[in-house]
Structures are given as structure tokens and as C-alpha cells.
Design a protein around this ligand. Structure first.
Ligand SMILES: [Zn+2]
Ligand SMILES: [Zn+2]
Length: 240
């Protein structure tokens, strides 16, 4: 009967591998099932993704409800005027007041689904913070801060222990004094051309395209608008 023992052993071994395989698939699918993009691929577009942050373009047509999903901590910047209702896993729901374009909102990690309950597109840019806890060099001096040396061009829209959000505006021919930025992300609301001078005194031209997202390593710089339009961008500086 050794033959049977052997083949049953083999059968159970294969079954165990199969069960392990199915379990691993389930684990993978429950992780990605929570992801905003995986659960709602036609409503979210990934604009940038690195170890620190993921930037999403959220576009929900009027009347549409999202599938349930999770976010880490998020900074949201609204591009359109809209109304929404947010539902949570426990079945509760909240209707939001009308949201206007240009609003900055902060959300702690959350699982939810949103319905566009108005008649306009819900269009936002979401900065999902990965909380990489990277220790940034503390070379930032109060004297270098954009709000000190270049306050005319940087308006602080929001700040907490994890981010600072600025609106940056620079008219044609205007030039900022030198200032320091932490690591962060820039979302270009109105593009143009800049001449950027870094701490070593070297200058180069930069072309900014409207709706582009750029990662920015911490740096000291000054910039001059060399184009014909006002440049506007949202700067999200990361503190972690
Ligand atoms: Zn969401
Ligand atoms: Zn700057």
C-alpha cells in the first residue's frame, strides 16, 4: 500500500500548494481592492507616484458613485465646483456643502465612497501622503523661508505637521528673491517659462506645462518669469 500512501501524500502536497496560492491571491486582492485607482480605474488617473507621495487626478461625472476604497492621509485641491455625498463602511453617510474651486482640504486616512450628487463634474487633485518618514536635512533657516524672503509670491493656503501648501504666483518679468523649499510636489495651474537660478549661481530655463505635476527635491533657488503669462502653481511641501 506504499503506492497509495505516496500518491495521497503527493496529492495533499499539491492541494496545500494550491490552497496557499489561492490564499495569497485573496490577500493581494484585498490589499489592492482598497486602492482608489484599482477600485475606480475610470475615475482616477495617476499623475505621479514615488516613495513619498502619489498624486491623483479625480474626475467623477455628475450622478456617479465611486466604489468603496481607502486613502492614506490626503491633501485635496479642488478644480471644479461640485456637491458630494460620502458613505462609510459602517453604512453612515454625510452630505457635503457645495465645494468651490481652489479649496484645499485635509483628510486623515479613511475608507469611503463618494457620490457626485450635483450637476457638475467633481474634479480634484489628490496628494496621497505615504508617510515615508524620510529625515530631511534641517538646513532650512527661517531667513530662507518663502514666507519670509518671497512672501509676495507665496501664499500659505494650509499647514499642519505633515505638509505646507502654497499658492505661487509670478507675473511676467517678475523675479523672486532666493528662498528654500523642502521636498515636495508642484501642480501647475497656469504654465509658462521661467529662468531658475540655483544656490551655485547657475541659471537654466524651465518650461512649465499647465496641469503637469513635478517632483521637487529640497533646494534653494530664485525664479524669474521669462514668458508672457502669469505663472500659477500649487506647491505641496512635505514634512515627512
Ligand atoms: Zn476617496
Ligand atoms: Zn520657489
Amino acid at each position: 500500500m506504499k503506492f497509495f500512501g505516496k500518491s495521497f501524500g503527493k496529492f495533499f502536497a499539491l492541494q496545500a500548494i494550491f490552497v496557499a496560492f489561492i490564499l495569497s491571491l485573496l490577500i493581494i486582492s484585498t490589499v489592492s481592492a482598497q486602492d482608489a485607482v484599482a477600485t475606480n480605474p475610470d475615475l482616477y488617473r495617476v499623475l505621479l507616484d514615488n516613495e513619498r507621495v502619489r498624486v491623483l487626478d479625480q474626475n467623477v461625472p455628475a450622478g456617479r458613485r465611486e466604489n468603496m476604497h481607502s486613502h492614506p492621509a490626503v491633501v485635496k485641491y479642488t478644480l471644479s465646483s461640485y456637491r458630494g455625498t460620502v458613505s462609510y463602511l459602517n453604512g453612515s453617510a454625510t452630505s457635503m456643502r457645495r465645494i468651490n474651486p481652489g479649496q484645499v482640504m485635509w483628510f486623515e486616512p479613511e475608507t469611503h465612497s463618494q457620490k457626485n450628487s450635483g450637476r457638475t463634474n467633481m474634479h480634484t487633485i489628490m496628494f496621497e501622503l505615504k508617510g515615508a518618514q524620510i529625515v530631511q536635512s534641517e538646513k532650512q533657516q527661517v531667513s530662507d523661508d518663502p514666507l519670509v524672503t518671497a512672501a509676495k509670491f507665496h501664499k500659505l493656503l494650509f499647514e499642519n505637521d505633515r505638509v505646507r501648501v502654497f499658492m505661487f504666483r509670478l507675473k511676467p518679468k517678475e523675479e523672486t528673491p532666493a528662498h528654500y523649499h523642502r521636498d515636495g510636489v508642484v501642480y501647475i495651474l497656469n504654465g509658462g517659462t521661467l529662468s531658475e537660478t540655483l544656490a551655485d549661481g547657475k541659471s537654466h530655463d524651465v518650461t512649465l506645462t499647465t496641469h503637469d505635476v513635478k517632483w521637487m527635491d529640497a533646494k534653494t533657488h530664485k525664479v524669474k518669469n521669462t514668458g508672457t503669462d502669469e505663472i500659477r502653481m500649487l506647491i505641496v511641501e512635505l514634512k515627512d
